[in-house]
Design a binder for this molecule. Structure first.
Ligand code: MN
Length: 756
């Protein structure tokens, strides 16, 4: 409970302000006066406001300004804007007031921030999460305004995430999902590694509190042991580097909670294996022109003591990442037989790696080639500007892809280098070169070998596109390209193609009508539409053109309705069923269980909705769940860690329904378990005994594959509570020879062997 004490608060505000000044190290007296003025102004403007925590509101802008200086590396203008970033939105003062006092640049940044905030508006109200349309607007502001708008917004978001515990659970989840889907990747793209890492950790803390706490505890428990190991590992390196005259700093690095969690989720590795990852960073003080050479000299020293894993060598110095990251990474074997990742970099590289954009500008020299970040900003602008017509949701996906993506370099037959997002296909490449080449592409030669259009390109591939004048753009191409450019060009070509097909279809209809001496016109067309139940007349033309509709059916539809006509009408829906995907029986079983959970209690006001348990994350009573109102009648229940749910929440924050389980014993839910074991006679029988005899659970399916000495099984069992799952996991772990037992969180993981 926060207790208000005005005298103490006054002191605290001043303390925080003084700290801000000391972190900032003012350049001139003029700047100092400006910051003082902004501070006084902000204190006055926010004087009657409090944060949800009970603290004076002004703590927040001061803290955001401090983050801008200390953690992002921004300067005076940003401090001014950060101190006043919530003034226009929350108080009586206007933008004109600020412009009058601080000039147009600061005012403009604050204007951008205010606009973004009115769109996001997530901190203090319960409404309006990042829906697709507002998302687009925010991106437009970000990319058209001063880059500092994004950076200050990230500082603002970071502080809000740090203080998220004071908000209610629904808002926590909403803000976390926005951060997960948008702000953390954005920070990553701008090279703000520390901000990105902390945002991800905080998201985990609020979406998966238990997992977070477990990892946290584990890390704390192993701290001493880790320090001891790292110290003995770096000792010989220190000595040798000092002998060779290096100025340097070596630190042991702890993996972030989020990255550990991700490892636990994604790969099938055990907890111990994950925590057994050690990382060391060596930062050398060396002039710019000697950086690369010196980093490799350090590499050579390391390899004198420890054996490097050749496959884990990463040279981000010769080929910096798209977000500007430069570093040399190697993984070596310690004398105790543990793998240790060593990162070698200069001070400049380290600054850029941790603080990103701002640091990047600080070090930018004249004549530097355009950096990855600049390049990305340009591309992002292209995506926004080039997609004015497309669906906002699609735009969001497109943009997110550009946020996450790494890049690859490929070459044309002439040896020209082309940069594409990782995952690009030969078709992307074709459209990158020219849309005429893209629309006519039928295949390609990659490194002189024939490959199809959907072939995924690798770094260094040499590509020659094969075209045919008879080729036409196809709808399914949209699913094999990843770049915005290719996508929009394909859509354009398809639209063009459709227009031509409609014209040809129209001509065909006219021919059919005239040879049968039927009067063309809107009456005739209406009759055909009604008889065939086709709303859009263009659809009729298109079907005539592609042959799925013939002259017989047209003539038939124009006859007065008799028995046949009715027959036709009723039969149509049944024909559709035949074409529906197989495996209906499994679907049926699933839906019978999932659509009648009965045991789910939603918040009082939504009881009348039908609830459906999501298939993607397979929640079980006891799991932390959330309801999503996918359509007006239905609420889908997802686990709070479900990536689909996160995605949905971030776009439709207003459709989240608080949900929790009502204890009940008689309904079972399907749950998947992955078991990895060594080879032993009777192993499967033992596992089955534990599940069906000891725990008395029904098994729906089991799938076992063996590779060498290792077997892996996927068991789908019916359980009533998440507690049963953890007990079962413990039980299975006791079977001799069992190495790993893991709950499968995602449906795709049902068959993890397939991806190997
Ligand atoms: Mn704020």
């Amino acid at each position: 409970m926060y207790i208000i004490d005005p005298e103490k608060e006054k002191k605290e505000i001043l303390n925080r302000y003084r700290y801000l000044l000391s972190a900032w190290k003012a350049k001139s007296e003029k700047d100092r006066r400006l910051v003082r003025k902004a501070f006084t102004f902000a204190v006055e403007a926010h004087k009657d406001m409090r944060r949800k925590s009970g603290e004076p509101y002004i703590y927040h802008p001061i803290e955001v300004a401090r983050i801008c200086i200390e953690e992002i590396g921004l300067g005076t203008t940003s401090i001014l804007a950060a101190l006043m970033h919530d003034v226009v939105e929350d108080t009586e003062y206007t933008l004109a007031d600020i412009e009058g006092m601080f000039g147009p640049v600061v005012a403009r940044i604050i204007d951008g921030l205010t606009k973004v905030r009115t769109f996001v508006h997530a901190q203090d109200t319960d409404s309006g999460s990042l829906q697709a349309e507002t998302f687009r607007k925010i991106l437009q502001i970000f990319l058209s305004e001063d880059i500092r708008v994004i950076l200050i917004k990230l500082a603002d978001r970071l502080h809000n995430m740090r203080t998220l515990e004071f908000l209610n659970r629904g808002t926590q989840l909403k803000i976390s999902s926005e951060t997960h889907i948008f702000f953390a990747p954005l920070a990553n793209r701008l090279g703000l590694y520390l901000v990105k890492t902390e945002l991800e950790d905080l998201v985990l803390k609020f979406t998966e509190p238990e997992a977070y706490a477990t990892i946290d505890q584990k890390l704390k428990d192993s701290e001493l042991e880790r320090a001891r190991f790292i110290n003995s590992f770096i000792l010989p390196l220190k000595r040798s580097m000092a002998e060779q005259g290096f100025q340097f700093r070596i630190t042991g690095r702890i993996k972030s909670h989020h990255s550990i969690w991700e490892k636990l989720q994604k790969k099938d590795v055990s907890l111990e294996e994950v925590y057994d990852l050690f990382a060391v960073r060596i930062i050398i003080d060396t002039p710019r022109e000697k950086e690369k050479l010196d980093c490799w000299r350090v590499y050579s020293i390391i390899s004198d003591f420890y054996k490097p894993n050749r496959e884990r060598l990463r040279d981000w110095i010769s080929n910096p990442k798209a977000n500007g990251y430069e570093s040399l990474h190697t993984t070596v074997m310690s004398h105790e037989g543990r793998w240790v990742e060593v990162q070698i970099r200069s001070k400049r590289m380290d600054d850029i790696a941790e603080k990103g954009y701002a640091a990047h500008w600080k070090y930018k020299q004249q004549g530097d080639s355009e950096s990855g970040i600049d390049e990305w900003l340009r591309q992002a602008k292209e995506i926004i500007e080039g997609n004015t017509e497309s669906d906002a949701l699609e735009l969001v996906d497109e943009f997110t892809r550009s946020l996450f993506g790494e890049e690859i370099y490929v070459v044309t037959p002439k040896g020209d280098e082309v940069k594409l997002p990782a995952g690009s296909t030969t078709l992307d490449f074709a459209f990158f070169i020219h849309s005429q080449i893209g629309t006519k592409a039928i295949g390609a030669k990659v490194n002189y070998k024939l490959v199809p259009l959907e072939y995924k390109l690798n770094n260094g591939d040499q590509i020659e596109i094969i075209t045919s004048s008879r080729q036409k753009p196809k709808e399914e191409w949209l699913s094999i390209v990843t770049t915005a450019k290719a996508r929009s060009r394909i859509k354009e070509a398809l639209r063009e193609e459709r227009k031509l097909a409609i014209i040809r279809g129209k001509k065909k209809l006219d021919e059919i009508l005239s040879t049968n001496e039927i009067k063309p016109g809107s009456e005739t067309l209406k009759t055909i539409q009604t008889a065939l139940q086709i709303k859009d007349p263009n659809e009729i033309y298109l079907r005539l053109e592609n042959g799925s509709l013939g002259s017989d059916e047209i003539l038939h539809s124009l006859r007065p309705p008799g028995r046949e006509g009715i027959f036709n009408l009723f039969l149509r829906p049944f024909f559709r069923l035949i074409g529906s995907p197989g495996d209906a029986s499994e679907e049926e079983i699933l839906s019978t269980i999932h659509e009648n959970p009965g045991s789910l209690l939603l918040s009082e006001d939504v009881k009348e909705f039908k609830t459906v348990v999501a298939v993607c994350c397979q929640p079980v009573p006891g799991d932390d769940v959330i309801g999503l109102r996918i359509n007006p009648e239905e609420i889908e229940i997802h686990r709070t860690i479900c990536p689909h749910a996160l995605q949905f929440m971030s776009k439709h924050g207003d459709k989240i329904v608080k949900s929790k389980w009502k204890p009940q014993e008689d309904v079972s839910f399907l749950c998947g378990l992955m078991v990895r074991t060594g080879e032993r006679k009777g192993m499967i029988k033992d596992l089955l005994d534990v599940i069906s005899v000891q725990f008395n659970l029904n098994i729906r399916s089991l799938h076992i594959e063996t590779a060498g000495q290792i077997s892996r099984g996927i068991f789908m069992v019916y359980v009533q509570h998440t507690k049963t799952i953890s007990d079962l996991i413990e039980g299975l772990k006791k079977v001799p020879g069992v190495m790993i037992v893991k709950r499968i969180n995602k449906l795709e993981e049902k068959n993890p062997m397939a991806s190997e």
